[in-house]
Design a protein around this ligand. Structure first.
Ligand SMILES: [Zn+2]
Ligand SMILES: [Zn+2]
Length: 354
């Protein structure tokens, strides 16, 4: 994958707004401001082009609900054939890569095993995630919305997941052969180590990322049993953000869960479960010493974005910087594998029935 190629004029109003929102997400701007641009974009995309043009020249765009003065200016500049000032400014601000290191590995990464959409707690529709992933030069993306127990994140019941699988297959079918959207889940690891979705549903998915989201302060021996059981489950392909720590950001900080990391990583190695390097700056999980341990034990890795918005997909650059610093062989990172190799691996322990 690569950085987004800067846009040059002329651009359509929708393209301009999409890119502005994406670059703001990459900058980790406040979600309220980004949401305003994304909803204005959706509003404009639903309008007839002639109506947008006549409203732009009459100065009545702001009469439309959800279109504010700054959006109207962007639309007017785009329709005049210019690159909107706001977009130019953002492109100038984001010209540098997100991290200094990791360039070579970033170029080798072609996929992502962890992403969210508006079906759970993500901010954008599936189609928008796909569009940006493709613009970033990715070849595949696994959609991994949350499981039912995570009610705060609007986790998907078996029924909603079944419906989502149909939607994902339809989107994937419309994409041609240059990009693939894969079915998946970020399934909660329950207190006893079982997974928060039926075996039948998990068996229908292309890939399963399993993560702990509750009782992060569990006593270490119980937490170890819980995580080892989840890794031993034949449905699990990737162990998500294993320590649960938060190191920075709006949600505050949170210490690492305590568990016998050696026992958990040995189970990952024995079951060929990839240890996720979660690229979100507030997670930066696992910590360096655990990456070293997993590397020494012989685990596979997945460099994931855990993106909740399209502009966050590029954050895999942070994970690449860390992985490169630890000297991880790119061939041990499943997100550098092509789709065929990925699917051959994820089907190693269970027949896919869908
Ligand atoms: Zn998670
Ligand atoms: Zn997630």
């Amino acid at each position: 994958m690569h950085e987004l190629t800067p846009l040059t004029g002329p651009v359509s109003p929708v393209e301009a707004l999409r890119r502005i929102a994406t670059l703001m997400e990459r900058q980790r701007a406040g979600s309220y401001r980004i949401e305003a641009f994304r909803s204005a974009m959706a509003r404009l995309a639903g309008l007839d082009e002639d109506e947008v043009a006549s409203r732009a020249s009459a100065g009545t765009l702001t009469d439309l609900e959800g279109i504010g003065a700054s959006t109207a200016t962007i639309v007017q500049q785009a329709l005049a054939g210019d690159l909107p000032d706001r977009l130019q400014k953002l492109q100038d601000e984001t010209a540098e890569p997100l991290a200094e290191g990791g360039a070579e590995l970033f170029a080798a990464v072609v996929g992502d095993c962890h992403s969210h959409s508006t079906w759970s707690d993500g901010g954008s529709p599936i189609e928008e995630m796909v569009l940006t992933a493709a613009e970033l030069g990715q070849d595949w993306l696994v959609l991994t919305d949350h499981s039912p127990r995570l009610r705060v994140a609007n986790g998907l019941s078996a029924e909603r997941l079944a419906k989502q699988i149909g939607v994902v297959r339809a989107i994937d079918g419309s994409l041609g052969d240059t990009f693939h959207l894969l079915t998946g889940i970020e399934v909660d690891i329950l207190d006893d180590g079982s997974l928060d979705q039926t075996e039948a549903m998990l068996g229908r998915l292309d890939l399963v990322t399993a993560s702990v989201h509750s009782k992060l302060k569990m006593e270490p021996r119980a937490m170890t049993r819980r995580m080892v059981a989840a890794v031993n489950d034949p449905a699990t392909d990737v162990l998500g953000h294993c320590t649960g720590r938060l190191v920075t950001g709006g949600r505050g900080t949170r210490p690492e869960s305590r568990f016998d990391a050696r026992a958990v990583f040995e189970a990952c190695r024995d079951n060929e479960v990839a240890v996720e390097i979660n690229s979100r700056p507030e997670r930066c999980d696992p910590p360096d010493e655990l990456i070293e341990m997993a590397l020494e034990i012989g685990c596979l890795f997945a460099i994931d974005s855990d993106a909740h918005a399209p502009g966050q997909l590029e954050m895999k650059r942070y994970g690449c910087e860390r992985a490169e610093r630890h000297g991880i062989d790119p061939d041990r990172i499943v997100t550098t594998w092509d789709r065929e190799r990925l699917l051959a691996w994820s089907r190693r322990r269970r027949p896919v029935t869908d």
